[in-house]
Design a protein around this ligand. Sequence first.
Ligand code: NAD
Length: 494
Amino acid sequence: MAAVDAKQYRMVIDGRLVDSASGETMDVVNPATNDVIATVPRASRQDVDRAVAAARAAFEGSWSRVSASKRNRLLMKLSDLIRDRIDEIAALETLNSGKAISSSGAEILGALEDLEFYAGSGTKLMGETIPAPYGLLYYTVRQPLGVAGQIIPWNYPFLMAMWKIAPALAAGNTLVLKPASLTPLTALLLGELCLEAGIPAGTVNIISGPGASVGSYLAGHPDVAKVAFTGETATGRLILQLAAQTMKRVTLELGGKSPNVVFADADLDDAVNGSLFAIFYNSGQSCEARSRLFVQQDVYERFVDRFASAAERIKVGDPFDPEMQVGAIISRSQLESIEGYIRLGIEEGARLVAGGKRPDDPSLGRGNFLLPTVLADVANAMRVAQEEIFGPVAVIIPFKDEAEVIRMANESIYGLAGTVWTRDLGRAHRVAGAIETGVIGINTFATAMPGLPFGGFKQSGIGRERGLETLKQYTELKSVLVNTSPRPVNPWNL
Ligand code: NAD
């Protein structure tokens, strides 16, 4: 893996590329080598104030005068600019996040689909007329909220930025987005591309800085109308408290411990291969990773053997090697936290049947790599079955029948995603209906797709991203009452 000269990035505030007011910077590291690859400004509260003021001014000025159809065209222009530079953006994503280059390419394409979905949506944001008594006309309009404060995690840096930016702009809002400190690069580049596309100054502001100081200040800022946050459930709780002070609109996309249920009648090849992808894609660093694998007793041993030996065939290594299916873990501390969970699972009584260690290849030693790991014979009450590990660790739990697996699948504080593998059509729909998650796949590993609402039940979040529903969550609904009667208005006969 070649060393790269550290490049200096700037934030995007009020249409300009700027340093932080203090001049302070933060280093950005390549997780595959732990080399410093870039520096970015370390924003402070002063920079948040600047960015929010710019977004507020743009909301009241230039952006509010841009029609919905013009907004559509600007978003399509942005899409063209991204498409022209897709390989460069994918490479930057891999350099900064450590994910396999094939994953980065697919995720940028996914982000483009989201952008194009929303690009055409602003002109369809319609109100309704409501039946009214004689002499009155009732109608509703959808109005943008104002400034959106958007905070995103490090696992899908470009995609998460797009999930936030595209619907906010399509609905007529302006925004200040803060990427994760570990992965700010593609979001900062996206901010530059927004300017290049002709989106007016101040409409899109991207600031880099620590979550605890800058993120929390943004989430509580009085001039921010809505907070859209993706990250850990624990951070989401803090965000809700901060937003409560000024009763901001809030959407939260939080953690998960998503169940993956394999019935004995399933196509076992599909179930094995699909379940591997569902947990090990992006080294398991996905909120919707199906990390709790429930397998029916009749096929349990057969499934565990096949799943474990296939997990050992997943190609883990240099993220820039197109042959690799899985790259690095985001940071050394995240790697150590995952290793701690593997030790804990073994102490709790689980049987390690694959992985559990770093790769032997010495060329990967400086990076944060871990082999896909499978813990079998897990009980649903164990900590490794209840806590979000956020790494390449699948836990396998045997079950007897449908009623038992529904009960166990729902024994979780989370409710983000799930998968059911069975050839029985009735059972597939019964179980999909009974599992308490916002998204559920039947005989497919897919969960998060452009246009399909995505979000969680229970402590996995509030609200949805990626659908038309999301567009509405960037608006207020206003009811208008009109007097159409020729009679004078005098209700008290005064
Ligand atoms: P995190 O909560 O640590 O950080 C997320 C973002 O919040 C970062 O930008 C961070 O700087 C900022 N932040 C941290 N502390 C803050 C505070 N006190 N106030 C305001 N902002 C703060 O999460 P992470 O480790 O970056 O991401 C992993 C988590 O994200 C996992 O739990 C995962 O499940 C979740 N996630 C959820 C979804 C979803 O759609 N449901 C998608 C991706 C990731």
